[in-house]
Design a binder for this molecule. Structure first.
Ligand code: TYD
Length: 204
């Protein structure tokens, strides 16, 4: 059995990731679609905990370890078995989110070696074949995120400078884990979709 392909969609707040995930799902109905943190029961439990307002102000190392714990379970329970059985897996966020948000956004670059070494220990070969990075300028992305009806999460509430650092983190580490494609997500949905589709076609 040949290993399936693993595609990750990344981006800052308001990059339009959910819309693009929906479109990918329509053209790849046989794929396994999941999200990080989350995807499996324990992962969703950790997601609720780490994104809740009550977790505001938790220690930076605790936050990192919670995201990594959710990812470890998602990989072991869902991503690794799906790839082994030849399926295509599409994941909303993955390792680069932790690098961008926790190390760069939170200005904790000293934790980069921890993030990277824990990931080495838990990935079981599940390194993305392609990461599509929806690059949005923080002003555009935050305005979109704040216009949404659902309640903002803890990260939507961070200041513009935080999101500038997140973007910088993504750009610096984009090629650390498999191939990547950058899509300008300041553009309108249809243009972004065309670019996402092209990136997918060249990788699959
Ligand atoms: P999500 O609903 O996926 O956010 P968005 O709608 O912006 O995609 O919520 C996940 C939030 O968690 C998002 O703000 C980014 C953050 N996050 C981290 O800080 N570190 C991580 O490792 C991951 C996976 C997500």
């Amino acid at each position: 059995m040949t290993r399936g392909k693993f595609v990750v969609l990344e981006g800052g707040e308001g990059a339009g990731k959910s819309v693009q995930m929906g479109r990918i799902r329509e053209i790849l109905p046989h794929g396994v679609f999941t999200r990080d943190p989350g995807g499996v029961e324990t992962g969703e439990d950790i997601r609720r905990m780490v994104l809740s307002k009550e977790a505001r102000g938790i220690d930076a190392a605790t936050e990192i370890l919670l995201f990594l714990a959710a990812r470890a379970q998602l990989i072991a329970e869902l991503i690794a078995p799906a790839l082994e059985s030849g399926k295509l897996v599409v994941c909303d966020r993955f390792i680069l989110s932790t690098i961008a948000y926790q190390a760069y956004g939170r200005k904790k670059l000293e934790y980069l070696p921890l993030v990277k070494s824990v990931f080495e220990a838990i990935h079981h070969g599940c390194v993305p074949d392609l990461t599509i990075f929806l690059e949005v300028s923080p002003e555009v992305g935050l305005a979109r995120a704040r216009a949404r009806l659902e309640a903002p999460n803890r990260f939507d509430e961070e200041e513009v400078a935080f999101h500038e650092r997140v973007r910088e983190g993504y750009k610096k580490h984009l090629n650390d884990y498999g191939k990547s494609a950058v899509v300008n997500a300041d553009n309108d949905i249809e243009q972004v979709w065309q670019d996402v589709r092209e990136a997918l076609q060249s990788a699959l």
